[in-house]
Design a protein around this ligand. Structure first.
Ligand SMILES: Cc1cc2nc3c(=O)[nH]c(=O)nc-3n(C[C@H](O)[C@H](O)[C@H](O)COP(=O)(O)OP(=O)(O)OC[C@H]3O[C@@H](n4cnc5c(N)ncnc54)[C@H](O)[C@@H]3O)c2cc1C
Length: 495
């Protein structure tokens, strides 16, 4: 009975539900992301009620914890070519969509007990930045840490991204950070005891305009200088790597075989579990509402479960960082921008690298589970905290995909979702101390590449915080740089 199957699409058993309960994941959104139930062909139509009943009987969960997870359109698997035939007005801004998470759910799952009255370090945001920082601090002996998140873990961009990890960047800082992150990712399963499905199939960039071709060849020179083996290829050379690609309009390509993809969810569980084992308190469904400040320092973090007195506060709240900073009277220049993404039915492995057309922002890769996961930026997306999914995205993505790889017209889209890029004026993060509020540390603004940067950035930030050792990341990428006109421009942004 312990191995009875509850989700036939993804082979999830009652044993895995028991594991999720034992780890403290006690709502449908978290259990879905911990076990993978409901992410296969039926999208939960067959298994969701069985899982809810099991969690009710064996985990003593009650409503609202048993609230069904957010449904993902399209409601039925539908061929990409059908979406590609949709009419979209290219000059229009996308609107609406299924909302990402119900605010009332966040309120109703709020624990009754108050938060700890004091902690040395409070980290706001339980995304990959907050969790990886907490984990790295524990490695240096700092364990008096509380991580706060207003929702379940994975509710932010860290649970919504494409899992791409690449060393092909336009600045030396990003090349080096990404190279270190990938090195750390290779040891993640061993160190954290969880499989993150790292697959180093490479990244293949396609350029269609002279500007992008120039960017790719210049960046490749930079990569080679730092020991990253990016090759500049002709379209024919790139077709040797992915024979199914149409090279219409492509003038130049760049390929690094050491880039790859990971599955973000287990990464998050790995960090969270290690943190908890070391004594970090992760308080989910706990919203930061303000700060108590005096003499240029934050004294307390105010939450909807009480206040926490602290020595240091880290703002690692991704695209929400500006609204939380505002509560402390700090203005951040970051803007949230929705990015939509989707996943297909699983196919036999055929696609080695993640492919991206830098001109249009199209990207797609094949996950270890066989799905084609891909997205595409929209130049008409207004800045807003918006995470709904649109028909317009599927139509644009379907058209771009079927142009680039015509055979993919026959694959069925299983689910689409969206998250927010946390965009700064120069596409580089905001790190280091806050002017006028020196115990508020910034860790945001990672645009569309924070997942791959987190392991390396967190390693350095923890060292900087715990030892006081200087590190140029935290003096160069500061909030001050915008007022001082010292921008750190990164142009190799997908989307
Ligand atoms: C569609 C998409 C695709 C992407 N693809 C990639 C990719 O391929 N590779 C890559 O490296 N990166 C990718 N990214 C970017 C990456 O996901 C982010 O840069 C990264 O996850 C940011 O992590 P974070 O911890 O800063 O923010 P988040 O993961 O967003 O975490 C912030 C947390 O703060 C919490 N919070 C907000 N307000 C409050 C409050 N008042 N009180 C308490 N908590 C609060 C939120 O609930 C959230 O959990 C992608 C992003 C998107 C949206």
């Amino acid at each position: 009975m312990s191995k009875a199957l509850v989700c036939p699409c993804e082979d999830v058993t009652t044993e895995e539900l028991n594991h999720a309960l034992a780890k403290g994941y006690r709502d449908m959104e978290s259990v879905k992301r911990y076990t993978g139930f409901g992410t296969g062909m039926c999208q939960g139509k067959q298994c969701q009620s069985t899982v809810a009943r099991y969690l009710c009987e064996h985990g003593k969960l009650e409503a609202p914890a048993l609230h069904p997870f957010t449904p993902r359109p399209p409601l039925f698997p539908t061929e990409l070519s059908t979406w590609a035939s949709g009419q979209v007005d290219p000059s229009m801004a996308p609107v609406g969509g299924v909302p990402h998470v119900d605010d009332t759910l966040e309120t109703s799952l709020k624990p009754a007990a108050p938060v700890p009255a004091r902690a040395k370090i409070v980290i706001i945001g339980g995304g990959v930045m907050g969790l990886s920082l907490a984990y790295n601090l524990t490695l240096l002996g700092e364990t008096d840490i509380v991580v706060l998140d207003k929702s379940y873990l994975c509710a932010g961009a860290s649970g919504r991204n494409g899992g791409g990890v690449r060393m092909q960047w336009g600045t030396a800082a990003n090349v080096q950070l990404a190279r270190r992150s990938i090195e750390l990712m290779k040891g993640f399963a061993r160190d954290m005891g969880i499989n993150v499905w790292l697959r180093q199939g490479g990244y293949l960039f396609l350029a269609k305009s002279p500007q992008v071709a120039n960017l790719l060849s210049k960046s490749a020179e930079l990569h080679n200088k730092y020991g990253v083996r990016t090759q500049v290829l002709t379209p024919d050379g790139a077709r040797d790597i992915v024979p199914q690609l149409s090279m219409k309009g492509v003038t130049l390509c760049a390929y690094n075989k050491d880039d790859g993809v990971i599955f973000p969810w287990p990464f998050m569980w790995g960090y969270a579990q290690k943190c908890q084992q070391k004594g970090v308190q992760i308080e989910t469904f706990t919203r930061v509402q303000g700060f108590e400040q005096s003499s240029g320092l934050i004294r307390k973090v105010r939450t909807d479960r009480g206040d926490i007195a602290c020595d240091t506060v880290v703002l690692a709240s991704g695209a929400w960082s500006p609204e939380i900073a505002r509560l402390a009277g700090v203005v951040l220049p970051n803007k949230p921008h929705r990015h939509e993404i989707c996943s297909s039915e699983p196919l036999k492995p055929f696609l080695g690298p993640l492919v991206s057309v830098l001109d249009s922002g199209l990207y797609f890769s094949q996950s270890m589970r066989g799905e084609i996961v891909g997205g595409m930026g929209d130049p008409h997306e207004p800045a807003a905290m918006q995470m709904g999914s649109t028909f317009r995205f599927l139509a644009r993505y379907g058209q771009a995909m079927t142009e680039q790889m015509p055979q993919l017209g026959a694959i069925k889209v299983l689910r689409q979702w969206a998250g927010c890029y946390d965009v700064t004026p120069d596409n580089s993060p905001i790190l280091g101390r806050t002017p006028e509020l020196s115990n508020l540390l910034q860790m945001s603004g990672f645009v569309g590449h924070g997942f791959m940067m987190a392991p390396a950035v967190a390693e350095r930030m923890a060292r900087w915080m715990a030892t006081g050792q200087s590190d140029e990341l935290f003096s160069r990428f500061t909030l001050n740089r915008f007022a001082e006109g010292r921008l750190e421009r990164e142009d190799m942004i997908i989307g």
